[in-house]
Design a protein. Structure first.
Length: 564
């Protein structure tokens, strides 16, 4: 009987277990209510996420509330400035310090709190920019120089505060707001030099940040503001004096300094980044350097009496520097963008410098000599870039000398008469440039284009000179008529087609063969449009005979194989 209580307890426990199991089978949805199991980990994660989201939502409201309080304080300061007799300069100092305090608060937030730092930086900018606008324009408390200095100090101070902890939003907001405010005050105050100087210092700070590989830069916005300010300066002061009578008088040195400083900053930045730090030039840097150079060039042309000649000399100096950088620093670099960009700048600067600095009678000769030198060096050094530059200079020389017009008139229009010495020099240079190029068994389309254009210029100049010379010899013995000129042209074109077909097959220069077939097409068109219209019967027959023989012979010559 002593074991009876224990048996009863065990029986009771088993009955409870059975009841629980039966109830669980009959009510499976309520199992969690009767079974005192531990809360799953997933439920804990959901609850913690909900708690974190609720905390973040409360943080957003807290940040926005503090920002609105800050803006309300700015309105209080403005009301005090309007309604009291307190010194407005003291209130201005308090307002500026108030905006700087919010900027410092933006950099003192905990790491990762980008919403708070961005909001406080925006609050600081919204306090400072309108306050400076009214203090400078409405209340006339701050002179333009002081306003520009405050904006510059604000931007540089924000950069220094954001630098250590990499607060990119603070850097962007502060520099962007300061740049836009400086641009607006540049146009509104009519005191352009001080605010342009402030913009230039902001540009310098952004370029220094980029040079140190800090991803804090708001470079495009600051650069655009500086570009617009410098362009407005050049536009206004290059206009008649009556259009900017209410603007202060600026000396030529100050105008040139403001125009050239922007270019010098970007030129130095790009040079250091690409040569010293071996970084790839960006699309922004390419475009901005070109814009800054154009602004500097415009300031030199508009504000200096001999500006174009000085600009030409500057372009030649820069062309030498960029050529040196191209082949000293970037020639063997694996990244080819720097090589291509600096090479293109070199050619453009040399071409522009030649056109601006040389007298018109010497432009064609100078470019022709440069074309020969570039082509020969390109072939010797195996640099296709130099060969392409030589072709560019040769085409420019042909245009400036009138060679293209001379060729057209000699082969299709009225005979132009004796050629000028520049036409002869450019024609000879085209022959030398093409002869210097070496044929390759397998050529890319770029090489084929180089050879085709230079060969076309050489052939066109030579053919035009032959037509003119043969016409001159014919005129010594008889009166030259239209039918004589037509036959002479047909004769020269047919001989040129035969020579081109033979030379192309013999020296394995496919471009000569292609030009030979193109010459045949030109001869056929000339035969219909000129010989049949202006020729006599005997000269028409002779022209048709020459063309028929050429038409039969050219394909055979083109298929000839050179002897081993």
């Amino acid at each position: 009987m002593s074991d009876l209580p224990g048996d009863v307890e065990r029986l009771t426990a088993r009955l409870e277990t059975l009841e629980r199991r039966v109830y669980t089978l009959e009510h499976p949805a309520e199992e969690c209510v009767l079974t005192p199991v531990q809360e799953p980990a997933t439920m804990q994660a959901v609850q913690s996420a909900e708690a974190e989201l609720s905390e973040q939502g409360g943080g957003v409201f807290s940040v926005l509330g503090k920002a609105l309080l800050g803006i309300a304080g700015a309105y209080v300061l403005r009301a005090v400035a309007e309604s009291t007799s307190l010194p407005k300069l003291a209130i201005a100092a308090i307002a500026i310090l108030y905006a700087i305090a919010w900027l410092i608060a933006a950099t003192q937030t905990r790491a990762g709190a980008w919403l708070a730092s961005t909001t406080y930086a925006c609050t600081s900018a919204l306090i400072l920019s309108p306050m400076l606008w009214e203090l400078t324009l409405r209340f006339k408390v701050l002179p333009a120089a002081m306003g520009a200095g405050i904006l510059c100090g604000y931007a540089i101070g924000a950069s220094a505060l954001a630098w250590k902890r990499d607060f990119a939003p603070v850097f962007w907001v502060a520099n962007g707001a300061a740049a836009l405010t400086a641009l607006a005050l540049t146009l509104a105050t009519h005191d352009m030099p001080h605010f342009i100087a402030a913009l230039l210092l902001m540009v310098l700070a952004c370029e220094y940040a980029a040079l140190r590989n800090h991803e804090l830069s708001v470079r495009p916005l600051v650069a655009a503001a500086a570009d617009l300010a410098v362009w407005a300066l050049i536009f206004l002061y290059a206009s008649p004096p009556s259009s900017h009578a209410d603007y202060p008088v600026l000396s030529t040195a100050k105008l040139l300094a403001l125009g050239f400083s922007l270019f010098l900053i970007y030129a130095a930045s790009v040079a250091l980044r690409t040569t010293l730090y071996r970084q790839k030039i960006t699309v922004f840097e390419i475009a901005q350097c070109m814009i800054a150079f154009l602004l500097a060039a415009c300031s030199l042309i508009y504000f200096v009496p001999r500006g174009p000649a000085l600009l030409g000399g500057l372009c030649l100096v820069l062309a030498g520097a960029t050529y040196a950088a191209t082949f000293v620093f970037f020639d063997h670099a694996p990244e080819r963008r720097n090589y291509q960009v600096f090479g293109a700048w070199s050619a453009a600067l040399f071409l522009g410098g030649s056109l601006l600095s040389l007298q018109p009678v010497y432009i064609a000769t100078g470019l022709a000599v440069a074309a020969v030198m570039a082509t020969v060096l390109g072939v010797r050094l195996k640099r296709q870039t130099l060969e392409f530059h030589g072709l560019v200079y040769l085409v420019a020389a042909a245009v400036s000398s009138g060679l293209l017009n001379y060729v057209f008139r000699a082969l299709a229009g009225d005979l132009p008469g004796a050629p000028g010495w520049s036409v002869c020099v450019v024609s000879a240079s085209a022959v030398v440039c093409y002869a210097a190029k070496k044929p390759c068994p397998v050529e890319r389309w770029q090489q084929q284009l180089l050879h085709l254009v230079s060969a076309s210029l050489a052939l066109g100049g030579t053919a035009a000179l032959l037509v003119q010379g043969l016409a001159g010899l014919t005129a010594l013995g008889l009166t030259l008529g239209a039918h004589h000129v037509a036959f002479i042209r047909t004769l020269i074109l047919c001989l040129a087609a035969l020579a081109l077909a033979f030379s192309g097959a013999h020296w394995r220069r496919m471009e000569l063969t292609r030009i030979g077939y193109a010459t045949l097409v030109l001869a056929a068109a000339k035969l219909v449009l000129e010989d049949l219209r202006h020729g006599h019967l005997e000269f028409i027959a002779a022209s048709i005979f020459l063309f028929a023989v050429t038409l039969l012979t050219v394909p055979r010559l083109a298929r000839m194989r050179p002897r081993a």
